[in-house]
Design a protein around this ligand. Structure first.
Ligand code: DHB
Length: 394
């Protein structure tokens, strides 16, 4: 192996976590190399969730990573929880004085990629990470294969696995590529994009005897909606009429404006937290470290919270030789990760109808929803978690 790139921080993965980390490190004068297996076009077109916490928006805009988020993003000051045929608004502004922004993740990714490339970031697409070595040394190394199939290595002072749920870096940190706390769910989401005006001003999370539906938005002419489904459903097996009938039944009395459906996908539900987030000079962040089910849209927001912590720890380590913050990183990051795991699990189990739910389970669920919407403490807890807890510092 004689093709070696040297840098201070090697980052595997050009998703929100890897790109934002390279940006914050560059703001502190720390060079990095970012690699990703996918092409730029694939990264920029993959459809993901659309809700950013207030803290996420502040980090993206104040760091100069995205100017567009405040211009093109739409601030939402509440959501509707719907059950038993009635809507109940959770008012974020009134309960916690904070909000969220509807800004699709792939738009944030376009901003991040453009910002990094304009700043001269070494950002390589189509590059596969094969393995990470030397975690316990001060020159950890990523062995990779470039877009032309040639092997090369990136030797760094620190390696970050921001390489998603099928992380290659995870093996060296946890001792196994799958090692972690894990939970599966007996349902999935059938997601659609359709051409239609918005059916509501804010998002609707709806529980009904027919299952769960989420009515989200993308623009004045394109809407995003999700319907609870079987994890093995073939997204092409339903006609447009069947999809609309199922959506209308699941929002139970709120009339949806229909339009042509031009995109369909099935999202699997998983909860996962890696057993370790750090070994020596290799750390895991974002989906490499944890996965949440999508209800509540915590995925990208949790990745940004990891990045804010790791950026502080790497500045202390690489600029001042102070390792206290990096030593504290896993414990501090895990506090928020487990809170977000709980919130995502809670929203999921409160709103979905399991395939073997009994009448008792259904009625208890309505009691739980009522406990939340009829109590100021309940509404405040939901609003606090949904808009995002304060970002921690080390
Ligand atoms: C969206 C996705 C979510 O998981 C969620 O909780 C809210 C919105 C979305 O894609 O718009």
């Amino acid at each position: 192996m004689n093709d070696i790139t040297r840098t201070r921080v090697a980052i595997i993965g050009a998703g929100p976590a890897g790109l934002l980390l390279s940006h914050l490190l560059a703001n502190a004068g720390i060079d990095s190399v970012v690699i990703d297996q996918r092409t730029r076009a694939e990264i920029e077109s993959t459809i993901r969730a659309g809700i950013l916490e207030q803290g996420t928006v502040e980090v993206l805009s104040q760091s100069g990573a995205s100017e567009r988020v405040l211009v093109d993003g739409q601030r939402h000051d509440g959501i509707e929880l719907r059950f038993s045929g009635e809507g109940h608004r959770i008012d974020f502004a009134e309960t916690v004085g904070r909000g969220v922004w509807l800004y699709p993740q792939h738009e944030a990714l376009k901003d991040l990629i453009a910002t990094r490339l304009a700043a001269g970031q070494d950002l390589r697409f189509g590059v596969t990470a094969d393995r990470v070595e030397g975690a316990e040394t001060d020159r950890p190394t990523v062995h990779a294969t470039d877009a032309e199939g040639r092997p090369f290595a990136i030797e760094a002072e620190f390696v970050v696995g921001a390489d998603g749920s099928r992380s290659v870096a995870r093996a060296v940190v946890t001792g196994s590529s799958t090692g972690g706390y894990f939970r599966e769910y007996p349902f999935a989401w059938f997601g659609i994009l359709c051409e239609a005006p918005p059916s509501a001003r804010e998002l609707i999370y709806s529980n009904s005897p027919n299952g769960f539906a989420l009515i989200s938005q993308r623009s004045a002419t394109v809407q995003r909606m999700y319907l609870q489904c079987d994890p093995n459903l073939d997204p092409n097996s339903m006609s447009e009429r069947e999809i609309w009938d199922a959506l209308q039944a699941s929002v139970d009395g709120h009339e949806l404006i229909e339009g042509p459906i031009f995109q369909r996908d099935v999202l699997r539900f998983r909860s996962f937290v890696a057993h370790q987030l750090l070994r020596g000079r290799v750390a895991l962040i974002g989906d490499a470290a944890h996965t949440v089910p999508p209800t509540g849209a915590k995925g990208m927001n949790l990745a940004v919270a990891d990045v804010v912590l790791l950026d502080q720890a790497l500045r202390a380590l690489l600029l001042e030789g102070d390792s206290r913050a990096i030593d504290a990183f896993p414990e501090v990051a895990l506090r928020r990760i487990w809170k977000a795991q709980h919130f995502s699990w809670w929203m999921t189990s409160m709103l979905h109808v399991g395939p073997d739910a009994s009448d008792f389970d259904r009625l208890r669920q309505v009691g739980e929803l009522r406990s939340v919407v009829e109590s100021e403490a309940g509404r405040t807890y939901l609003a606090e978690a949904y808009t995002g807890w304060p970002l921690a510092s080390l």
